[in-house]
Design a protein around this ligand. Sequence first.
Ligand code: SF4
Ligand code: SF4
Length: 104
Amino acid sequence: MTRLECTVASCVHNSEKCCCKQGILVEGVNARESCDTCCGSFEENRGGLFKNLFKTPETRLQVDCDVLNCLYNDDHQCRAERISILGDGARAVGQTECGSFRER
Ligand code: SF4
Ligand code: SF4
């Protein structure tokens, strides 16, 4: 399990810079840099009304990842001790990224 911080406050799953999902999928099959990756589990929080009222921030998550040329990828799973998902103000999946990507 990976410790995850997430700055995407506009995501419905975000609470207190953490993700409330138990697992996410990071995408970016041919990524060469962080900006080529994204959090495929992002969903825009449009209304703000239902924001995580009954959810608990998870500090450790299962991170599935398509970015096979990242140093931390092991058979589609992230093995980094901790990662940061970035994208303050994101309105779409492509405006998020895994800031911890390191090219193999
Ligand atoms: S952008 Fe991804 S990691 Fe961040 S809160 Fe949303 S689903 Fe979780
Ligand atoms: S650090 Fe690498 S393996 Fe882990 S989620 Fe980010 S891009 Fe995927």
